[in-house]
Structure formats: structure tokens, C-alpha cells
Design a protein around this ligand. Structure first.
Ligand SMILES: *[C@@H]1O[C@H](CO)[C@@H](O)[C@H](O)[C@H]1NC(C)=O
Ligand SMILES: *[C@@H]1O[C@H](CO)[C@@H](O)[C@H](O)[C@H]1NC(C)=O
Ligand SMILES: *[C@@H]1O[C@H](CO)[C@@H](O)[C@H](O)[C@H]1NC(C)=O
Ligand SMILES: *[C@@H]1O[C@H](CO)[C@@H](O)[C@H](O)[C@H]1NC(C)=O
Ligand SMILES: [Zn+2]
Length: 963
């Protein structure tokens, strides 16, 4: 998917709002963007489409071709004609439907008397006693159909022919069908919104990964590329959009209904999963065409009238031009449409030429949106546009290589966004948003390698499971490392050759390595110690990553598989024995040194010895996907450097030292107190990234201790450390009247206020309350700056009562900007009143209160709250079968729900509850949360151990340091 699943890029808004008075108000906003796709349930036994016109004796042995999830390679599609007619008003049975017909031209490559084509949940019209009509093309005559039937499990329409198809000949398979335009966010579906009190219906689509077959029968695998000729019927007050440009409209009357027929130009040769069909009353804003490229941003009329599409329009052209240069390949289509949908599971989806977004990922309101909202719009657009080449023009052969597609887009989105907003230093943010984030997951024994074998990924729920943090963020991190050690020009050269060679085709990931290797060989003076294949295999075929330990007394360097829980058992063997080829960029006492390659378990580099005042920092700018440990002396020197002159280390490396130290301590490689000491200098730190890194690291301490007596001392320490930052922003904003100019300074200000209020820095809560009170007194004038809204709302609701809650709920109902709805939705989870939290939990199952796309993330927000956590856990268990049925079969957000609710688990009792939950529900399975549940058990076990071992020390340290 093009980003079908994007989760929890904090983008500086959710951040950590520290808990106050033992009542946590932590919200890590998990922003679903392309990384967080919330999928429904592919293929879970549709009740329709089981009828078989010629029932007969269909032998279902596991050997039959239709029992395999993968298509046989005997037939290859060439082109399709697809005509669709969605009805935006219900029929007499109250059902929203679409009708259509399609013809696919396919070529026979291997002799066969069987046709398998995907079809799911469609009612097919019977033609001459069968589900389809087959005819020969040109000279070919089509064999008669002996029987045809549908296989629900593997989602096929099967035709058994009376004789064989001829190799080399082409045929046309014609079908007529009717499907439901359901509000299930899959395939061709219905999205609703309310405008001036009137319900409006939009027909839209989400095909990735396996839902095109729910729209029309098709060879629904990414390698089955074809040309699509699309025609859409719709009413005259709507527009129809698809991948290609509209080339003609014709008005006509059908069954007494006025209908407009829109015809689209034939698509390029493309995969089914990036098809898109939309019928809507939306309007668009468009730019002056240059190079004949039409760029349009579509949204609800009101949003366009308020210029909320302007920012997206402003950045799209420059980002496309950037990629054209970077890839050295022109944009392959004649238009680029981007549309903001009120109901959309993923953050965004890179349909070729018609990208779909959640509103929060595309619309930016110059007055109401925050800097974080803007950054999200920029990076999501940059991500999706990157797929127009990487993913759409050149497509992986099968879903097992999804990581390359998503990892790639997740890496270059930073380059594209940087081009659009050069002052933001956005490229640095990859360390926080992707590298550090995925380190946390990839350090578990239950992690998995980036690359999976093709045979391991078959059915739709296995495909859905590929859309996870490892694919997106580790993929991004290792590709960035590759680009760094090859250098960007060499990387781009190999990339361009890959894209130009395989344009309109399919690849496996080693094809990219081939082209990069060729680029290396063609570059004079370029040298890497092994081939790109050999280096990269170690990062893609084995899970996890190394911790590199540098002893600056001896110059010895060692690597070891980094495991967060040192006692966990890795039962996944690695052909490389968990060693990596590690490119190490490093610096000695402020001077950049030559890149060093660690190629074995242990090595010595005498250059890395340090004495006297010398210090060593390795993995500068965190360009490599590994952690670094040092001998104690070097650690001491780094900590003292932080305390005396922190600016002699780069911002990223300050963040890295903190993040590495905390994680090494978790893994018992260094002492917990050593890690805590890296935070002492923070009273002098003004930059966002190190602070954010520390807050994320300390978040674990809060989660583990916010229900214990340690919490008081922890809070006191935080208060002491954050106060100077709070005062700093008070000064530079002239008593909170100005907005800091720097992009990340604005995020830092949010952290300062959020933390200061939750730990009770004098003046903070009063400030927030007064802002919120002003708003309550005059709901039409919100005095709170958009950047600060998330934090202010949360704290005001946490320290307020039912009046504040109900006010915020009313404001949520009235809000027209999706990002404002999200802020309020997360803030409502901050209340400390159990009855309000329980009422809110109930709302999540009522789609008239909380949209279905937002239900699981709302439950997660509630579980981040220390009071809400047990309530959410009870609710989750009580409503398990319903929640599972709604979200369980193929949803990334579903596994996030499981990991979200259980993050604080750290007692034997909770572990038992978790195990019992697993046992009780083993029969039904856990769908896409299977792995998440295993991870939750593993993490809880590790938490229990950690708390037992560290509680006394941590208590002592915070107590001493807070006075
Ligand atoms: C598809 O439509 C075109 C244009 O109407 C027509 O010429 C062609 O025969 C159709 N092909 C199939 C397979 O129906
Ligand atoms: C498909 O057929 C089934 C069985 O006749 C019917 O219940 C269902 O409503 C039909 N679906 C659509 C979208 O027409
Ligand atoms: C879009 O670009 C125009 C022209 O440069 C500029 O005036 C406008 O402020 C920009 N809009 C946004 C929302 O950034
Ligand atoms: C860009 O593409 C053109 C034509 O495909 C090719 O001649 C040229 O060498 C490419 N440039 C780079 C930097 O790869
Ligand atoms: Zn993507």
C-alpha cells in the first residue's frame, strides 16, 4: 500500500503530557496515516456469492487450484473494460448498491481448462446459465463453460471449461455484477458526511491490498498489471473521478433516471491495488498547468471554500518536480488528483493519479491548523507522491516485498518534504519518528526480518500483517543507511536505473540491489567492503539490529544482537548468526573521522582510543541502524560534555545519547542511573529533539511507576528540569503572546507547557485554565493557538470536571476541521473521572458518536490515561467478540489497540489476566493482533522483571536529584 498504514508519527502534537497527581494524562497521539491503516475483514466468508448455478460435485481437496490463495500463472490479463454505476441513495430494501459490468482480455500462457479470477462479495448475473461469458479474441474460439462457481474462502470465481484454452491465444471474459456500496471502507464503498445538517454520500474506494476483487472480478495480484478502460455512471450533480483524466461525458436517461456517463482515458499498465473510483459532490482547487500536468485538490465544498486545499496544492507541484529530478524520470501520468475523504481508514492511499487521504492528512487551514498538522500534510503528500514511481510505476511482484515499497516511501518522504519546506530541518526528524520508534519493536525477540519469503505470505490477513512498523520504519531506516554509505548521488543513480529498467513492470527487492551495485561499480573511486547484496542481506534477512560497543581505552569494537530483554530467547535462527556489516560514521572530540566498517563480531581500531579529555561519539547523525555503547569512562566524558557544553554535540547526537543510554539500561547493558544521568543537563537544553527523546524514554518510567510511590519523586525531578524550558518560552513568546519562529521550537513549546502543567510548574495550570475558560465563555472565539490546543484541551479536561468535558464534546460535534475533531477526541480521554471515561468508551461503539475509523484509536487514547487503562481493558474484554468482528481480521490499528491497552502492564496479576484472555479466546483466534498479543505477553513479562529490579534504585535517584 502506498501508505495504507501509518501509525503514530507524533508530528509534534501528541507528545507526552506528563501525568499529574498520579493521574496520567499521557496521550501519545497515534496518528493514523498511511502507516496506520485500519482494515476490515477481507474474505471472511461473505454470505452472498456462495450460490453455484451448477452445484454439481465440487471436490474440495487441498490440491485443487482454487484452494490456493495465489493465482496460477496460466493466464495473464492484458486489459479491462470496467463500467460502474454506484447509487448514492438506498434502494427499496434500504441497501446502497452499485452495478456494473466488465470485460477482461487475457492471454493464455500455459495450457489449462480452468479459469480462476478473483471475485469477492459480488452478486454475479447469470448469463446462459453461468456466472460469466467467455469469448475468443481474433482467431481464437472459446471453449464452452462446463460449470462455474464461487469459492468464498479464497475469493475466486472459477470456470471449468469443456476443453483447453490455446497457449498464445487471447480471450475475453465478460461479467455483470451487483455489489453493496457498504460503509466498510473496503473496495468500492460509501462514505458519508453531514453538510448544513444534510447527509451527503460519497462513493469512493480502497483497493489495497485485496479489495479490487470486491468491485469487479479481476486478477487481483500486484504482478497482474493491465490497462484499464473505465466508465462511470453517476448523477448530473456529481463528478466521477478515476486514475486517468476524464475524456468525455454524455448525459442520458436510463430507466427514467438522468444519468451522466463519464469516460476516462485508458490507464497506463498498472496493478489493481492502485485503482480508484470516486463519485462525489466535492469540488476542487487546481493549479495553473505546467508541462501539461493537471494538479487538483478535491474536498468538501466548505473545505475548499475555506482554502483548506491551498497548502496541499502549493506543495504538490514542487514535490513532484523534486522527485522527477531525484528519480530522473518524468511523472508518468497526465494528471494528479488528491482528495480528502471524511471516512477513510488509512492515512492515505497512493492510488495512481488519484490519491485518497484522510482529511487531516491533506487539508490545512491557515487559521485553525497547527504546525504539526502542516508537517503531517507535507510528509504524507511527499510519501504518497513518492509511490507514484516507486510502487506504482515499478511494483513489487508480491506482498512479501512490501517493506521495500513502504520503507522506500517512508524514507524519501523526508527528502520530498524537505524540498517543499527547506527551513524545517525535517530530514533530522526521521530519527525520532522512524528510527527510534522502530528500534523499540525490533529489539524484541518476537520481531521478524524485514524480508519474508514469498511462500510465507498468502492470505489477505497475512498480507495485512505486512503493513506494520517494521516494514515502514525499519525499511526507511535501512534504506537511509544504504543511501548514506553509498552517498546520495550513487544511491539516486542506481535508483533511477532501476526505475527506468522496470517501468510498468514488477520486481523483487534484489533487483534494486543489482542496480545499486551497478551504480557503485560505475562510480570511479567508490569502494564498499562487500557487495550491496551481501551488506543488505544482513539487514533484511535477519531481524533486529546490533549494539556496537566501543572501548575507548583499548580501541576494541564488538557487535551483539540488541535485545531489550536480555533474558528473552531468540528462537529464530539466522544464517548470519546475528552479525551485521556495520557502517560506522564517527567523531572524535568534535572532529569527523573516516567511516569505519565493522565486518565481524569483534575488531580493533586503535584510532578509536581516547585519552585525557578526548571523547568518541559513533553513529553520527544516527545514519546507521544500530545502537552504540562505550566504556564507562567515555560515557562519563560524554555526560560531562553534555553538562558543560552540550552544543558541542549535534542535536541528533544529543538525542541519540539519551535514547541509546535508556535502552541499554533496559537491556541491562549499562546501569539505570547512568541513563538517568543523561537527562540532568536537560535543564539547559532548549532544542526539541533531545527533549523529545528524553520524554519518550522517560515515558516508560511514567508508565511503570505512575501507580506507585516512585511517582512523587519522579514528578518533582521533572518539575525541576522542565521549569527553565517553560520560563524560556514564556520569555521568548513575550508572556505567551507570540509564536516561536523555529519549526521545532514550536514543538518544544508544546512539550514545555504540556509537561510543566502536568507536573505542576507554578503558573502553568492557571494559564491553561484561563485560556479554556475564555473559550467556554465565548465558544465562537477560541483564543488558544492551534499549536497548543491538544495540550491545553487535555490539561483543561484533566483538571476540570463534567462542564469542561461536555463543553469539549459539544465543540467536537460542531467542529468542521478534521484535525480539530482529532484534538478534542484525544483530549476527552484525559479526564480523571471514571464515569466520564466509561461513558466515552461506550461512545466508541456508536458510529453516530465516534466514526468507525476512529473507534480503536479512541479506545487507545483512553487506555493511555492511568485511570482509563483498567476501564479500557475491561471494556475490551467485555466487548471482545464485537470488536474482533468489527476490526479483527485485517487491521493494523487492531494490533495497535492490543499493544496500546497493555503498555502499562507490569504486574503478575496483569500477566495472568493477559494469559487468561488468550486462553479463553484461543478458539476464535486473534486475527491481525496475533503477533501483538504475543508481544504484549513478552513485554509484560519484561516489565515485571524490570520494575522488580529497578524500583528501589530509581526511587532513590529521583529523590536525590529532585531536591
Ligand atoms: C472495450 O471497450 C472498447 C471501446 O468501447 C471496445 O472497442 C472493446 O472491444 C472493449 N473490449 C472488451 C474486452 O470488451
Ligand atoms: C446479493 O444476493 C443476496 C442473495 O440473493 C442478497 O441477499 C443480497 O442483498 C445481494 N446483494 C446485493 C448487493 O445485491
Ligand atoms: C500558497 O502559495 C501562495 C503563493 O506563494 C501563498 O500566497 C499562500 O500563502 C500559500 N498558501 C499556504 C496555505 O501556504
Ligand atoms: C537520466 O536519464 C537519462 C535518460 O534516461 C540518462 O541519459 C541520464 O544518464 C540519466 N541521468 C542520471 C543522473 O542517471
Ligand atoms: Zn506508503
Amino acid at each position: 500500500m502506498g501508505k495504507v498504514y501509518y501509525l503514530s508519527k507524533n508530528v509534534g502534537l501528541g507528545l507526552l503530557v506528563l501525568a499529574a497527581s498520579a493521574l496520567a494524562t499521557i496521550i501519545a497521539l497515534s496518528i493514523a496515516y498511511d502507516k496506520a491503516k485500519n482494515r476490515g475483514k477481507p474474505g471472511d466468508g461473505a454470505t452472498d456469492s456462495t450460490s453455484t448455478p451448477t452445484p454439481a460435485t465440487t471436490p474440495f481437496t487441498s490440491k485443487d487450484p482454487w484452494d490456493h490463495y495465489r493465482l496460477p500463472d496460466s493466464l495473464i490479463p492484458v486489459s479491462y473494460n470496467v463500467t460502474l454505476w454506484p447509487r448514492l441513495v438506498p434502494n427499496i430494501d434500504g441497501l446502497y448498491i452499485f452495478t456494473g459490468h466488465s470485460g477482461v482480455v487475457f492471454r493464455c500462457e500455459k495450457e489449462t481448462d480452468l479459469i480462476l479470477i478473483h471475485s469477492n462479495k459480488l452478486n454475479l448475473t447469470t448469463i446462459n446459465g453461468h456466472h460469466a461469458k467467455l469469448s475468443g479474441l481474433g482467431e481464437a474460439t472459446a471453449p464452452a463453460i462446463q460449470k462455474s462457481w464461487l469459492v468464498v474462502k479464497t475469493e475466486y470465481l472459477v470456470l471449468q471449461l469443456r476443453s483447453r484454452l490455446t497457449v498464445g491465444a487471447s480471450y475475453v471474459l465478460y461479467v455483470e455484477f451487483q455489489g453493496e456500496l457498504a460503509d466498510d471502507l473496503e473496495g468500492f464503498y460509501r462514505s458519508e458526511y453531514v453538510d448544513d445538517g444534510v447527509k451527503r454520500v460519497v462513493a469512493t474506494s480502497q483497493m489495497q491490498a485485496t479489495y479490487a476483487r470486491k468491485t469487479f472480478p479481476c486478477f487481483d495480484e500486484p504482478a497482474m498489471k493491465a490497462i484499464f478502460n473505465i466508465i462511470i455512471y453517476h448523477s448530473q450533480d456529481t463528478v466521477a473521478l478515476s486514475n486517468g483524466r476524464e475524456i468525455g461525458t454524455k448525459d442520458t436517461i436510463i430507466d427514467g433516471m438522468a444519468v451522466r456517463v463519464t469516460t476516462f482515458e485508458p490507464t497506463e499498465k498498472m496493478s489493481t491495488y492502485v485503482l480508484a473510483f470516486i463519485v462525489t459532490d466535492f469540488v476542487s482547487t487546481q493549479s495553473n498547468q505546467h508541462n501539461n500536468l493537471l494538479i487538483r485538490i478535491w474536498a468538501r465544498r466548505k473545505a475548499i471554500e475555506k482554502n483548506q486545499g491551498e497548502y496541499a496544492l502549493n506543495v504538490t507541484g514542487p514535490i513532484l518536480q523534486f522527485y522527477e529530478r531525484y528519480y530522473n524520470a518524468t511523472y508518468p501520468l497526465s494528471k494528479s488528483d488528491q482528495i480528502a475523504l471524511p471516512d477513510f481508514n488509512a492515512g492515505a492511499m497512493e492510488n495512481w493519479g488519484l490519491i485518497t487521504y484522510r482529511e487531516t492528512a491533506l487539508l490545512y487551514d491557515p487559521i485553525l491548523s497547527s504546525t504539526g498538522n502542516k508537517e503531517r500534510v507535507t510528509t504524507v503528500i511527499a510519501h504518497e507522491l513518492a509511490h507514484m514511481w516507486f510502487g506504482n510505476l515499478v511494483t513489487m511482484r508480491w506482498w512479501n516485498d512490501l517493506w521495500l515499497n513502504e520503507g522506500f516511501a517512508s524514507y524519501v518522504e523526508y527528502l520530498g518534504a524537505d524540498h517543499a519546506e527547506p527551513t524545517w530541518n525535517i530530514k533530522d526528524q526521521i530519527v525520532l519518528y522512524d528510527v527510534h520508534k522502530v528500534f523499540a519493536v525490533d529489539a524484541l525477540a518476537s520481531s521478524h526480518p524485514l524480508s519474508r519469503r514469498e511462500e510465507e505470505v498468502n492470505d489477505p490477513s497475512q498480507i495485512s500483517e505486512m503493513f506494520n512498523t517494521i516494514s515502514y520504519s525499519k525499511g526507511a531506516a535501512v534504506l537511509r543507511m544504504l543511501s548514506e554509505f553509498l552517498s546520495e548521488p550513487v544511491f539516486a543513480k542506481g535508483l533511477s536505473s532501476y526505475l527506468n529498467t522496470f517501468a510498468f513492470g514488477n520486481t523483487v527487492y534484489t533487483d534494486l540491489w543489482d542496480h545499486l551495485q551497478q551504480a557503485v561499480e560505475k562510480t570511479p573511486g567508490m569502494h564498499i567492503p562487500h557487495t550491496v547484496h551481501d551488506i543488505m542481506h544482513r539487514w533484511t534477512l535477519q531481524m533486529g539490529f546490533p549494539v556496537v560497543t566501543i572501548n575507548t581505552r583499548t580501541g576494541s569494537i564488538t557487535q551483539k544482537h540488541f535485545l531489550l530483554d536480555p533474558d528473552s530467547v531468540v528462537d529464530r535462527p539466522s544464517q548470519f548468526n546475528y552479525t551485521w556489516f556495520v557502517p560506522i560514521k564517527w567523531m572524535k572530540t568534535g572532529v569527523e573521522q573516516q567511516q569505519y566498517w565493522l565486518l565481524k563480531k569483534t575488531d580493533t581500531n586503535t584510532e578509536m582510543r581516547a585519552s585525557g579529555g578526548e571523547w568518541v561519539v559513533a553513529n553520527t547523525n544516527v545514519s546507521g541502524y544500530f545502537r552504540v555503547n562505550y566504556d564507562t569512562d567515555n560515557w562519563d566524558r560524554l555526560i560531562s560534555l553534555l553538562n558543560t557544553n552540550h552544543q558541542s554535540l549535534s542535536i541528533i547526537n544529543r538525542a541519540q545519547i539519551i535514547d541509546d543510554a535508556f535502552n541499554l539500561a533496559r537491556a541491562k547493558i549499562i546501569n539505570t542511573t547512568l541513563a538517568l544521568r543523561t537527562t540532568k543537563y536537560l535543564s539547559k537544553e532548549r532544542d526539541y529533539t533531545p527533549w523529545e527523546s528524553a520524554l519518550r524514554s522517560l515515558d516508560y518510567y511514567i508508565l511503570m511507576f505512575d501507580r506507585t510511590e516512585v511517582y512523587g519523586a519522579l514528578q518533582a525531578y521533572f518539575k525541576k528540569q522542565i521549569q527553565p524550558l517553560f520560563e524560556h518560552f514564556k520569555t521568548i513568546t513575550e508572556n505567551w503572546t507570540k509564536v516561536p519562529t523555529g519549526h521545532t521550537d514550536q514543538y518544544s513549546q508544546i512539550n514545555a507547557i504540556g509537561v510543566a502543567c502536568s507536573v505542576g510548574v507554578p503558573g502553568c495550570r492557571e494559564l491553561i485554565k484561563s485560556w479554556f475558560k475564555q473559550w467556554m465563555e465565548n465558544p465562537h472565539h477560541n483564543p488558544i493557538h492551534p499549536n497548543l490546543k491538544t495540550t491545553v484541551y487535555c490539561n483543561a479536561i484533566a483538571f476540570g470536571g463534567v462542564e469542561e468535558w461536555d463543553f469539549a464534546w459539544r465543540m467536537l460535534q460542531n467542529a468542521t476541521l478534521a484535525s480539530e475533531v482529532t484534538r478534542l477526541r484525544s483530549a476527552l480521554a484525559c479526564t480523571k473521572a471514571p464515569w466520564l471515561l466509561n461513558r466515552y468508551l461506550e461512545y466508541t461503539l456508536d458510529p453516530t458518536k465516534i466514526r468507525k475509523q476512529d473507534a480503536t484509536s479512541t479506545i487507545q487514547y483512553i487506555s493511555r490515561n492511568v485511570v482509563g487503562m483498567p476501564l479500557a481493558w475491561n471494556f475490551f474484554r467485555a466487548k471482545w467478540s464485537f470488536i474482533y468482528e468489527q476490526y479483527g481480521k485485517g487491521s493494523f490499528s487492531f494490533s495497535n489497540l492490543v499493544s496500546g491497552i497493555t503498555t502499562r502492564f507490569s504486574t503478575e496479576f496483569e500477566l495472568q489476566e493477559l494469559r487468561k484472555f488468550k486462553e479463553d479466546n484461543l478458539d476464535g483466534g486473534f486475527g491481525s493482533a496475533t503477533l501483538a498479543l504475543e508481544q504484549a505477553i513478552e513485554k509484560t513479562t519484561a516489565n515485571i522483571k524490570w520494575v522488580t529490579e529497578n524500583k528501589a534504585n530509581v526511587m532513590k535517584w529521583f529523590t536525590e536529584e529532585s531536591t
